[in-house]
Design a protein around this ligand. Structure first.
Ligand code: OFO
Length: 203
């Protein structure tokens, strides 16, 4: 975090009077504000993506997956709000930008979950970039703030990898798809309580 620099507002000679005021600088650097705003918009995109996937599942009568992904879409918005509040606390402006529409066609349930896993790996990569920036600036307050996201991303990757592992084990042909949907419904039941929690998700 940068220190405040004194600014001379009015001065005189050696015997004159000086009025020294403190110039208010934002708590975060412009680069950090930009990157946190980028992350805010990525979390919103994640929410749109999972809501769209939830709708695709509902359309295919995969009710367990639809419920699970709908909850997950809500959870992504809590991730966004955490970042938004942090920007507000530091006196920075959050900027919500336009974003591309998420895909709405998937070749199969497995292909869809593979896409989710890849997306979460991308989010982890972006969080790691943020941590790197906070560490090198250095900005220790933001570094501390980001620790929640580091833990959260670990849980998210583990969660989606475990669903893909179940698919590999049970298979997704015929009744396999029904059993997978039931397994994911169980996750939705336990996850529902946590949907609006600020704690990192548990698998
Ligand atoms: Fe799915 O993760 Fe947000 O941060």
């Amino acid at each position: 975090m940068r220190s405040c620099s004194p600014t001379v507002l009015k001065g005189g000679g050696l015997s004159g009077s000086f009025f020294v005021a403190t110039e208010i600088e934002p708590m975060l650097t412009p680069a950090m504000i930009d990157r946190l705003n980028e992350q805010i918009n990525l979390e919103i995109y994640s929410s749109h993506l999972y809501l769209q996937m939830s709708s695709w599942c509902a359309h295919k009568s995969l009710d367990g997956c639809a419920q699970f992904l709908s909850q997950h879409a809500d959870e992504e918005m809590t991730h966004m709000r955490r970042l938004l509040n942090y920007l507000h606390e530091t006196g920075a402006l959050a900027i919500i930008s336009g974003m591309e529409a998420p895909p709405h066609h998937f070749d199969s349930l497995q292909a869809m979950f593979e896409k989710i896993y890849a997306h979460e790996q991308f989010v982890t990569h972006k969080i790691n970039d943020l941590v790197h920036l906070a560490n090198t600036e250095p900005d220790y307050a933001t570094l501390q703030f980001l620790q929640w996201y580091v833990a959260e991303q670990h849980q998210e990757e583990f969660l989606f990898k475990s669903i893909l592992d179940k698919m590999a084990l049970i298979g997704t042909e015929g009744q396999g798809l029904f059993f997978i949907d039931q397994e994911v419904a169980k996750l939705a039941a336990t996850k529902g309580i946590k949907a609006n929690s600020m704690e990192p998700a548990q698998p």
